[in-house]
Design a binder for this molecule. Structure first.
Ligand SMILES: *Cc1c(COP(=O)(O)O)cnc(C)c1O
Ligand code: SF4
Length: 336
């Protein structure tokens, strides 16, 4: 439920994040100028279905004059991406098979993932989900009712995951409706949200947003997605603090990416930054073998070696589980 607030004030906070969402960088010329890089020093391929999208606050954390900046690398397209055109895998994890009802993915026994919103606030160049037909999954309240009916009929489900794209691109009113639907099902104990927005667009965490989640009896978990310690800026830490005050446990999942975080010291720094901000490392994902992201690929043996080294230099609770997703398994697969 949304607190009663004078109309104007509520509109302003919500207008702020929507403006910020639309004001990010969308072309290399502008971004290069901002980062004090020579626009002619790098050729950015045009990827029509998944163009550049970088919120301003995320770009602010990049180092000026450094084309190899680990945050820039995550969001700047590389010519390798074009390879996906000829050897295109649209659904590497056979997700369509796990689609019991439109809008939901059910792979595991006790939890179900809802693809609440098709878009993201940032376009991460290593993302495989971009190939998913999210538009087909944008749906009306009536259509979502089928999903909630499915959950109601499956008493072994105890957790609902709001995911996407990014579920926090919905407005507060719609989120509030999703929360109300979820908490009306007696066997659901936990509400989990998978989102990158507190990292890339921390302005989204407004008082009105927090009010949507403040009152629910469900336990609340937020799984954010940061890959490098430099992503954890002051505004992000502020958003985490508010989320924790509203009762969220916050976990982080990272993806192991060549040239970004394929190094034990970098991962240790990420874990420490997160922990200082009250967030526990959860998963470190090995990238799926998909054409078009091979320039980010770290092979499994190297991934294990990095993970071993990380264990050797930091506390156990700062070591995320190294996982790979393999279709038809009962859970994510832990690599050791
Ligand atoms: C990853 C994933 C989950 C969550 O799995 P956990 O191991 O509990 O984090 C749930 N549903 C689907 C479809 C997933 O891909
Ligand atoms: S926020 Fe997540 S789903 Fe969206 S583009 Fe990035 S990695 Fe993909």
């Amino acid at each position: 439920m949304i607190h009663e607030k004078p109309e104007g004030q509520q509109d302003k906070a919500s207008a702020d994040w929507k403006i910020a969402l639309n004001q990010g960088f969308k072309d290399w010329q502008t971004l290069a100028r901002f980062l004090e890089l020579n626009p002619n020093s790098y050729r950015v391929p045009v990827i029509e279905n998944f163009p550049m999208r970088i919120p301003y606050s995320f770009a602010l954390r990049m180092k000026k004059g450094d084309i190899n900046d680990p945050l820039l690398k995550q969001v700047l397209a590389d010519k390798f991406e074009l390879d996906r055109a000829d050897n295109y895998v649209s659904d590497p994890l056979s997700e369509r098979e796990f689609n019991p009802v439109k809008g939901a993915l059910r792979k595991y026994h006790n939890r179900i993932l809802l693809m609440l919103h098709p878009a993201c606030a940032v376009h991460c160049r290593y993302c495989f989900r971009r190939e998913y037909d999210y538009q087909a999954q944008t749906q009306s309240k009536e259509s979502w009712s089928h999903v909630f009916n499915y959950i109601r009929e499956h008493a072994e489900l105890d957790e609902v995951i709001f995911s996407g794209g990014d579920p926090l691109l919905h407005n507060d009113e719609r989120l509030s409706w999703f929360v109300a639907q979820t908490e009306s099902i007696p066997h659901i104990k936990r509400l989990r949200i998978h989102t990158r927005i507190p990292i890339v667009l921390p302005k989204r965490v407004t008082k009105e947003f927090l009010a949507v989640f403040n009152k629910t009896h469900l336990q609340k978990i937020m799984v954010v997605h940061a890959n490098h310690g430099n992503e954890i800026a002051a505004d992000v830490i502020g958003a985490f603090k508010q989320l924790k005050e509203a009762g969220f446990s916050i976990l982080n999942q990272a993806t192991l990416l060549k040239g970004v975080n394929d190094n034990a010291e970098v991962l240790k720094a990420l874990s420490e930054r997160l922990f200082e901000a009250g967030v526990l490392p959860y998963y470190l994902h090995v990238l799926d073998k998909v054409k078009g992201v091979q320039h980010f690929d770290v092979d499994e043996e190297k991934a294990k070696a990095i993970h071993h080294e990380l264990k050797a230099i930091t506390s156990g609770y700062l070591v995320p589980k190294l996982v790979r997703e393999i279709a038809h398994q009962k859970s994510k697969t832990w690599l050791k």
